[in-house]
Ligand binder design. Sequence first.
Ligand code: CA
Length: 400
Amino acid sequence: MPVPLVAAALVALWPTDPPQPQLAQCLQRLRATSAARSIRPATWRTLDGLTPDPRVLVNLDAQPEFTLPIWDYFAVMVDQERIDDAQFLLREHRATLARVSARYGVDQATVVAVWGVESNFGKGRGGYHILRSLATLSCNGRRQTYFRRELLSALRIVQGGHVEPDAFVGSWAGAFGQTQFMPSTFERLAIDFDGDGRRDLMESVPDALASTANYLRNAGWRTGKPWGLEVRLPSANGQPFSLAGEGRRVRRTLEEWRARGLTRVDGTPLLQGDLAAATTAGLLTPAGAAGPAFLVMRNFDAVFSYNAAVSYALAIVHLADRLRGGAEFVTAWPTDDLGISRVERRELQALLAQRGHDIGTPDGILGRLTRDAVKAEQERLGHEATGRPGQRLLRALREM
Ligand code: CA
């Protein structure tokens, strides 16, 4: 899962740190359960003296995929920088990728796209200590049962020598490594592809890429099939096409969609090439009726299962299309203020700093300082002071 973008600004809101003695008692109770029997005393000692991490509890209720407008998410996740980086890595790792693709049946572009969205190709793996995060979440908050299983998995991973406890860092929720696997996912599906005896998702690119492909294959990926396609919705007598009840999981055959008047986005017939009329697909309109529309198939669901957010899955399959030479979506996002890329975020921060705002390091991350500066400039310009920077603010600042 991608690193939350809003977390830093919220940390200060957590009133008091949960006390450490309660954590130790809670972990003792977990250790006494039958599920914990596979973990040796020496492994448990890696948790000695651990303090709760209050940041992870704040994050428990704030996931950026659900709060950012999808066009902001896309502006960052499928920007030219990520496409260029991915093209470079497709060449750099072509031998490994060819073997991974042959073994697991998932195309190279999709594997690299997951890598790019999950961890920016291994560069952004999260700054949270996995055992500390999972211990905190096992004993506080609203999903303790789930996180206890993950903590036990994480301890077994350490016990197996796959990762050193001190190097075991990742997202606040416990996902780690270049593929951002949860510990239980690691146990089920991680692959030692370079054959050194360790399943190393932190440092081994072959292990990470093979594990990603193995995950998708297990999630039902079908070799050589499309994830879906952008479509054009019909309008009858000026009435908009009814989207009521439609969605990713409401599957109809392509023949039925054709009969309802859907075409490819360029207006050509839905059924062409090797797409079978009996193939089933769901209709996805992630920004409502005025935005792009897609028919999505089984391979989209496989990507969706990696991290259950439509924006996330759509970013991955679209990035993969772009790596294969595909174009941007034809239908525009329904907004007059599109999001800004990572290059543009850094430019925005430089412009804000030039205007005397303290934005900290111009790192492209929209933390509290940047958002405060954005708000101040929006107020001065007479824009709505949302703290969300888009193309509109960037243009205005460039012209000053
Ligand atoms: Ca290995």
